[in-house]
Design a protein around this ligand. Structure first.
Ligand code: UT7
Length: 325
């Protein structure tokens, strides 16, 4: 008998402090940085973002999202034998945020580790969990994307600080005889490290280099629209499916224009696309599971439907997961 992995519950969480574009513009104006709601909406589709308060970490956001997903799946933390957290804003250099989350959930003994693929992190983490379940090394996994990207932002740089927010999303992925995840497709091209990075590092008790996010937005934009189409076509081909088989597209939420361009290329009307970029901004590894949970809880994605999840981000990394819910 062939073994598959299947999502049995989704969850998400954003911290309560919400900033509209106008709130952020007013805050930036006080520091001499000029932006506007009009510019942000027109270029990105973002209207709001949530920022975690000082002292709140990725593991705290992950904990809320994980509890949500466990409840939806009808499972407890004790049932879980694998935790993977996708994050580029871990609580500590080490140990992993997944281990910290495991302890906060009151569980122990299962495998727990982080995956770092920036905005593609959740797609990478879900693909790894799927592979581990299919070979029998885990039976019930918690796969989380959690970020406090606000901590990396340079609030003097208007080209990046208006784009990102904090949040977490999670799924419970279980071994199943019924197909859930149909195919996965992962890629990276390390020669583009410099177009989206936070280049600082810790050495000898100091932060060396720049610990704030840097992005060449136009270079990222151009690469993103190309690779998202490639990943979608590759994962469909692996699963023996076509565009017509997709009921719902759950893309990384970085920019509404990128999302619309991908939908156009896949000939998907926007009512089949989950869009949350207006609500949360770009939450990096959290953006796809946040959007997935939003789609499920709003009834946009129904049980039995086929969803295409796809992400792109720093590295440069990209990938897609095709699944039946
Ligand atoms: O999660 C990883 C994936 N990340 C992404 O997908 C991001 C991809 N890139 C983008 O989404 C877009 O490139 C941005 C939203 C970052 C920028 O949009 P753009 O249409 O490429 O704008 P631009 O960089 O060409 O800038 C246009 C103008 C510039 O002014 P000038 O030189 O034309 O006078 C910028 O200085 O907009 C100016 N500008 C701003 N104005 C007001 C840049 N940021 C702002 C701002 N407010 N926040």
């Amino acid at each position: 008998m062939r073994l598959f992995s299947r999502i049995t519950g989704t969850g998400s969480y954003v911290p309560p402090r919400r900033l509209t574009n106008a709130d952020l513009a007013a805050q930036l104006a006080a520091q001499g940085v000029e932006t506007s709601d009009e510019w942000i909406v027109e270029r990105t589709g973002i209207r709001n973002r949530h920022f975690a308060d000082d002292g709140v970490f990725s593991s705290d956001l992950a904990l809320h999202a994980a509890r949500n997903a466990l409840e939806a799946a009808g499972r407890t933390a004790q049932d879980i034998d694998l935790i993977i957290v996708a994050t580029s804003t871990p609580d500590m250099v080490f140990p992993s945020t997944a281990c910290i989350l495991q302890s906060k959930l009151g569980a122990a003994g299962g495998a727990a580790f982080d995956v770092q693929a920036v905005c593609s992190g959740f797609i990478y983490a879900l693909s790894v969990a799927d592979a581990m379940i299919r070979v029998g090394s885990a039976t019930k996994a918690l796969v989380v994307g959690a970020e406090v990207f606000s901590r990396l932002l340079d609030f003097q740089d208007r080209t990046t600080c208006v784009l990102f927010g904090d949040g977490a999303g999670a799924v419970v992925l279980e071994a199943s005889e019924q197909p859930g995840i149909l195919a996965t497709d992962l890629h990276a091209d390390g020669k583009h490290v410099g177009i989206l990075c936070t280049p600082g590092h810790v050495a000898n008790g100091h932060i060396l280099g720049d610990p704030l996010l840097k992005m060449d937005g136009q270079a990222v934009f151009k690469l993103a629209v190309g690779v998202l189409e490639d990943a979608a076509r590759a994962v469909l081909a692996k699963a023996g499916k076509t565009e017509a088989d997709i009921d719902c597209l759950v893309p990384h939420q970085a920019n509404l224009r990128i999302i619309q361009s991908t939908a156009r290329k896949l000939k998907m009307p926007m009512d089949k696309v989950v869009v949350t970029v207006d609500l949360h901004g770009n939450t990096s590894a959290a953006s796809i599971p946040l959007a997935l949970d939003h789609g499920v809880r709003s009834g946009r994605i129904q049980a039995g439907q086929t969803a295409l999840l796809e992400g792109v981000g720093g590295g440069f990394t990209w990938g897609a997961v095709l699944l039946t819910l």
